[in-house]
Design a protein around this ligand. Structure first.
Ligand code: S3P
Length: 166
């Protein structure tokens, strides 16, 4: 089976779905953010505040090669910001975009303090980022899966079925 890179906006369910795939489909799964946190022994928000976003993006780009042995790779929402990341991911496998409506993202992230680029007080800016990124996820993905009002198991099964065709 091709390696699966889960892409999509913050809060779209990448981590939840990949955890389901690990537990129920017995696939080897890794999350690039968690990998980076472990490697540098720092939380993402502290990497941003101490070294800045550029350093985080460099860590993120490097992480793609380092996690490429896994079957399912859950990525950070900003991984699409660098073209080199897309090339690397496509070289290893297929890109699956988890599409979630903005209103649902807002609802899920309303108490989130862990994501440095998410700010509940700047919803207009958040929506602009969502719109800009959505175009990138759509353009770069091999498969698009809708997560709205669906169970995790349904989403996971659809991903597996669709990548067999991709
Ligand atoms: C980011 C998304 C985060 C994390 C970092 C930057 C982004 O991951 O990589 O805070 O630029 O959208 P999640 O998509 O898992 O929240």
């Amino acid at each position: 089976m091709k390696k699966i890179f889960l892409i999509g906006f913050m809060g779209c369910g990448k981590s939840t779905i990949s955890a389901y795939m690990r537990e129920h489909l017995h696939l080897s799964v890794i999350d690039t953010d968690k990998y980076i946190e472990k490697k540098y022994d720092m939380e993402i928000k502290d990497i941003f505040s101490t070294y800045g976003e550029k350093t985080f993006r460099d860590y993120e780009t490097n992480s793609i090669d380092e996690v490429s042995d896994y079957e399912v790779i859950s990525t950070g929402g900003g991984i699409v910001e660098r073209e080199i990341n897309i090339k690397k991911m496509k070289n290893f496998g297929v890109l699956v975009y988890l599409h979630t409506p903005f209103t649902e993202i807002v609802n899920r992230l309303k108490n989130d303090k862990t994501r440095p680029l998410w700010n509940n007080d700047l919803i207009t800016d958040m929506e602009k980022l969502y719109q800009r990124r959505s175009k990138m996820y759509e353009a770069y993905s091999d498969v698009i899966v809708d997560t709205h009002n669906r169970n995790v198991n349904e989403i996971a099964e659809e991903i597996i079925a669709s990548i067999k065709k991709a």
